[in-house]
Structures are given as structure tokens and as C-alpha cells.
Design a protein around this ligand. Structure first.
Ligand SMILES: Nc1ncnc2c1ncn2[C@@H]1O[C@H](COP(=O)(O)OP(=O)(O)OP(=O)(O)O)[C@@H](O)[C@H]1O
Ligand SMILES: O=C(O)C1=C[C@@H](O)[C@@H](O)[C@H](O)C1
Ligand SMILES: [Mg+2]
Length: 178
């Protein structure tokens, strides 16, 4: 079994930020599906959504996810919507352990409100959209093997420590030296 550690959760939960730190701490390769999609397309995510639409983006996301999971023993940060596709959940569960960074609406909003990089939030009421997405998605995120609450007051280092502790509590073999 390839024990990837796969971070899932809402936009702004810290998947990219925590994933990078977790990879450094656990000495694993790091892959971020959003960054890989942007690199392969040589376009930003808003540009991909604008030119080719969300369905096209989701298809590229599934491809990239499959490719990075196949590397094995990596830390993989996903985009906020990746976990919602059943085929992606199945792939993640087959190739690693899913860690949900569970973050409250206020913290998410505080982090994403300044940035125009999330096309799904380009609506008349972005905070309301974020709240709706959180409500719709939470039951799916809750299917993850491991849940870590990404609390607002915690530093990236503190949250990473809690992710490592939660993985060890779930199955210490995941982080044992290979
Ligand atoms: N304790 C913390 N944990 C995580 N991120 C933090 C923390 N404190 C500040 N941040 C900042 O909040 C932002 C979190 O956004 P990040 O891009 O990591 O989220 P994401 O889950 O990858 O979102 P997306 O699904 O859009 O890719 C970053 O700018 C990060 O530096
Ligand atoms: O939550 C989502 O559906 C998304 C989150 C981002 O990571 C990007 O993957 C994209 O903006 C879509
Ligand atoms: Mg990210």
C-alpha cells in the first residue's frame, strides 16, 4: 500500500500551507493538485475556469490526483472540491490516508476574502456562497479517516503538530521510517 497523506477540506482551511510544512517535517515529497494543474496547463485556476469551465477543471483535477498519488509516500494537498467526487475519494482511500482540515466559517472567510484566486467565490455574496459550500460539503469531508480541527489561533507549525499527532493516533505505521 502506498501511504500517501492526503489533506482535504474547504478552500482556506490550510491544505497548501499545512501540506508544505507537513512534507518538510516528515521528509516526504509534496504535491499540491491545484499547483500541478496550473503548471500543466500553464494557466491560473481562474483562467482555466473562465476559459474551459468547472467540468474541464474537475477532469484535470482527477487526472492530476491519480498521477501524484501513484508516486506514493507523499504529502498531497488537494483542491477544496477534489474529495467530493466519489472516484477521487476511492483513489485517495486506496492509496493513502485522508486528513480533513476542519476549519470554521469565520476563519475560512477571513483567509479567502482578500484573494480573487477562487473562482467559485466570484459571486454577488461570496460569504454566503462559502457558507453554503461548507454546509453542503461537511458531510463528505466527515468521511475522511482523520479529522483535525484547524483552529484560528494556531500557527501553521502548531496545526502541523496536531496533524502528525492525529496520524500517529490513527495508525503509527503511516509515519514510521520506510
Ligand atoms: N494556522 C494556519 N493554518 C493554515 N493557514 C494559515 C494559518 N495561519 C495563516 N494561514 C494562511 O491562510 C491561508 C490558508 O490558505 P491555503 O491556501 O493553505 O488553503 P487551502 O486549503 O490550500 O485552500 P484551497 O482549497 O483554495 O487551495 C494561507 O495564506 C496561509 O498562509
Ligand atoms: O473548493 C473548491 O471547489 C476549489 C478550491 C480550490 O482549491 C481550487 O481547486 C478551486 O478554486 C476549487
Ligand atoms: Mg490549496
Amino acid at each position: 500500500m502506498r501511504r500517501n497523506i492526503v489533506l482535504i477540506g474547504m478552500m482556506g482551511a490550510g491544505k497548501t500551507a499545512i501540506g508544505g510544512e507537513l512534507a518538510r517535517r516528515t521528509q516526504r515529497p509534496f504535491a499540491d493538485t491545484d499547483a500541478e494543474i496550473e503548471r500543466a496547463a500553464a494557466m491560473s485556476i481562474p483562467e482555466i475556469f473562465a476559459r474551459d469551465g468547472e467540468e474541464f477543471f474537475r477532469a484535470r483535477e482527477s487526472e492530476v490526483l491519480g498521477r501524484v498519488l501513484a508516486l506514493g509516500n507523499s504529502v498531497v494537498s488537494t483542491g477544496g472540491g477534489a474529495w467530493l467526487r466519489p472516484e477521487n475519494r476511492e483513489r485517495i482511500n486506496q492509496n493513502g490516508v485522508a486528513v480533513w482540515l476542519d476549519c470554521d466559517l469565520e476563519t475560512l472567510w477571513h483567509r479567502v476574502r482578500q484573494r480573487p484566486t477562487r473562482p467559485l467565490l466570484q459571486t454577488a455574496d461570496p460569504r454566503g456562497t462559502l457558507e453554503r459550500l461548507l454546509t453542503e460539503r461537511e458531510p463528505f469531508y466527515a468521511l475522511a479517516d482523520i479529522r483535525v480541527s484547524a483552529r484560528r489561533g494556531d500557527s501553521i507549525e502548531q496545526t502541523t503538530n496536531r496533524v502528525i499527532a492525529a496520524i500517529n493516533a490513527h495508525d503509527p505505521a503511516i509515519l514510521e521510517a520506510e
